[in-house]
Design a protein around this ligand. Structure first.
Ligand code: ATP
Ligand code: ZN
Ligand code: MG
Length: 302
């Protein structure tokens, strides 16, 4: 009988996630947050010695940077922008009237200077570009942000507002590809240390439309994106809990990121899906954290 109840319903019933009436938009309990905090401390222990510069951006970014990033070319279906009422007294009255009549009151809203952050690393590239050339030792950054993607779903692992922890590396091709490989190895070890079944596979981003098909194939053929997969809601359809992305010099070109020898910087980023990792732990070890295997508890909480 219990098998009929979806994982999402069990998460609601246990209070770990809190319904809001919108698919993919949930509250998180203290217990859920405690698991994420413990996992982030594990990330700190593994990556803390690398000397990354920590920067936390809010979940909204400069819309001008968002436009330059080209996100609307590749993923228009996922984007979110912030709009606000910018009218006068008269406009306010008609707005209220519109709401009263159950009509679309949002049409008169104007785009603000803020777009919702689609991935934790997006605000970083223009920020670093403004600082001038990157030293030949490379740049390493440690980011965490809530991210928005318009992909409503009943799958608890596909949320519309979720957190991404990222390490971003900028430097020579050799430097950033080594960084990516190091984190693929570390990621596998980390997940094993908390009792999760892992698998790494080549992947692609969901580029929009017919032209996007080509971009996706190209990304795959060139091994530019790998995912670390863990069973969350299904044993056969595993969930990407980390991704390892090599951008070649595409972001370097786009943002004018250069190295001190004048060459264009290559970049790579490694992202942890924090909610997905917490959900993988709950799926694997049960909803009662006190009953998790002792070695897992020890790795997470010491
Ligand atoms: P998927 O293929 O499942 O859509 P993705 O390729 O879009 O994942 P990335 O863009 O690489 O994911 O984002 C980095 C990480 O953020 C992913 O590995 C995943 O763990 C997490 N993530 C991505 N989309 C979501 C989402 N909608 N809800 C929760 N976590 C997500
Ligand atoms: Zn990134
Ligand atoms: Mg996706």
């Amino acid at each position: 009988m219990d098998m009929q109840v979806s994982f999402l319903d069990r998460l609601f019933d246990s209070g770990l996630l809190i319904e809001t009436g919108v698919d993919g938009l949930y509250g998180r309990s203290g217990q859920f947050e405690d698991v994420i905090a413990a996992f982030e401390r594990l990330i700190d222990r593994i990556g803390g010695g690398d000397g990354a510069e920590a920067i936390h951006f809010p979940p909204g970014m400069n819309r001008a940077y968002f436009e330059t990033s080209g996100y609307m070319k590749s993923f228009p279906q996922l984007a979110g922008t912030v709009h606000s009422f910018c009218g006068n007294d008269h406009d306010h009255l008609s707005l209220l009237q519109c709401m009263e009549e159950g009509k679309d009151w949002t049409k008169e809203q104007k785009a603000t200077d803020i777009a919702l952050t689609p991935a934790a690393c997006y605000p970083l590239y223009p920020t670093v570009a403004k600082r001038g050339p990157i030293s030949m030792d490379g740049g390493l950054f440690d980011l965490q942000s809530y991210c928005f993607r318009h992909e409503p779903s009943k799958d608890p692992a596909r949320q519309q507002l979720f957190r991404m922890r990222e390490y971003v590396c900028m430097g020579t091709e050799a430097h950033v590809t080594t960084f990516r490989q190091t984190w693929m190895d570390r990621g596998v070890e980390m997940m094993k240390s908390i009792g999760l079944d892992v698998e790494i596979d080549v992947a692609n981003d969901p580029f929009f439309g017919r032209a996007g098909r080509l971009l996706a194939n190209n990304q795959r053929d060139q091994n530019l994106k790998f995912e670390l997969l863990i069973p969350v809601t299904s044993q056969t359809n595993k969930t990407a809990c980390m991704s390892f992305n090599y951008h070649q010099d595409a972001f370097g070109q786009k943002w004018g990121l250069s190295l001190t020898d004048g060459s264009v910087a290559h970049t790579a980023c490694v992202g942890f899906g924090l909610e997905r990792i917490a959900l993988a732990l709950f799926a694997q070890h049960g909803l009662d954290v006190a009953a998790w295997p002792e070695p897992v508890r020890k790795t997470l909480w010491g």
